[in-house]
Design a protein around this ligand. Structure first.
Ligand SMILES: [Zn+2]
Length: 354
């Protein structure tokens, strides 16, 4: 009897094991990503002043979409995945001052359009901003802006709002509780790698499908590679790494620029090769806590311990390149293990058959 009891305790039933794993995951998720259950209607939670600023920008400034930018095609691309996008405002010298005036009028701290930045999604306002800069982008600026709008629109598909706002001396201070895979506190980034990687992964696909011939040609001349190939790059302090050419953006001076996010996007591509459901789970994670859990499980099932490792750290080139190299290494280990298991399996089944 005693022996049976001991065996029962040391060998939990499969459903008990599953329960333990689920509890463990819940505990980790609660600690590191704090997902809200189900969908969050962030529009209902937006403070009045923000709602007023948003409406005034939409009415007074509007989309300002330049001729030659196919915004409806870009929107369709995002919405075809069952995701909702927020309005896009193209920012140039004609409306920058007006946007900042509206933000100041509504007493919003720290929300100023910074010239020189290429794109931004303001979750607090629920607006996508894309900078148009014909001087730096040259002839390819229009498609560059269109593809940037795709990147920012994917950030805007996050259904987790939870803007935290605090009125201070008649002004409002705000922080995002969560945006997609990001859930960092101010000064403590968490989740940038997957959030930036996801948005950029989709921009890369959009460019591959819709970039015009001139744009592709400019990138190919600047990189010396075909649009569908990879190019070898070097990061100071980290070393050499490969990046797909499709993420490059041509400049007016004949160079190619890769957003830092493209490094994370390429890591996601490598995960997708061994986790076929990852992409659909990432899309699901834009609007449900269960989707977030699936992404966590997907990555942990292939590379245990890696999810947390990837989600920590700064949004900069060195940090992202280190993570890309780590993903490449861990995915290669996983593939080698799978292949060796498969060949072991075929040897033993071969023996069984003879
Ligand atoms: Zn981004």
């Amino acid at each position: 009897m005693e022996m049976q009891k001991f065996e029962g305790e040391s060998e939990p039933q499969p459903e008990q094991k599953q329960l333990f794993i689920d509890k463990e995951i819940d505990a980790i998720m609660a600690r590191i990503t704090r997902p809200p259950e189900g969908q969050v209607d962030y529009l209902k939670k937006r403070p009045e002043e923000l709602e007023a600023a948003r409406n005034e920008i939409l009415l007074d400034v509007g989309e300002n979409c330049p001729e030659g930018v196919n915004l409806s095609r870009a929107k369709d691309f995002v919405e075809s995945m069952g995701l909702e996008v927020n309005p896009v405002v193209f920012v140039d010298e004609s409306n920058t001052a007006r946007i900042n005036e509206i933000l100041t009028k509504h007493s919003i701290i720290g929300m100023e359009w910074v010239p020189g930045e290429s794109g931004d999604y303001s979750q607090q306002l629920g607006l996508v901003f894309v900078k148009i800069n014909r001087e730096t982008g040259g002839a390819n600026e229009l498609f560059r802006a269109e593809s940037l709008a795709v990147h920012e629109m994917f950030h805007s598909t996050s259904k987790y709002g939870g803007t935290i706002s605090k009125a201070m001396r008649g002004r409002i201070e705000m922080a995002d509780r969560r945006l997609g895979f990001c859930s960092g506190a101010p000064g403590k980034p968490f989740g940038e790698f997957l959030e930036e990687g996801f948005a950029e992964f989709m921009r890369g696909r959009y460019s591959k499908i819709y970039a015009d011939e001139n744009y592709k040609k400019s990138v190919e001349i600047a990189t010396g590679k075909k649009f569908s190939e990879n190019v070898l790059k070097t990061s100071a302090g980290v070393g050499e790494y490969l990046l797909p050419v499709k993420y490059a953006m041509p400049t007016a001076t004949g160079e190619a620029q890769w957003p830092v996010a493209s490094v994370a996007a390429f890591a996601i591509e490598q995960f997708c090769e061994v986790i076929p459901d990852l992409e659909s789970h990432m899309v699901e994670a834009r609007k449900s806590a269960s989707g977030l859990k699936k992404v966590f499980k997907d990555i942990e099932s292939v590379c245990p311990g890696l999810y947390l490792e990837l989600q920590k750290g700064a949004y900069d080139e060195n940090s992202f390149v280190k993570k890309l190299l780590l993903v490449r290494e861990r995915v290669a280990e996983y593939t080698a293990k799978k292949n060796s298991e498969a060949s072991q399996g075929s040897i033993s089944s071969g023996i069984a058959e003879t």
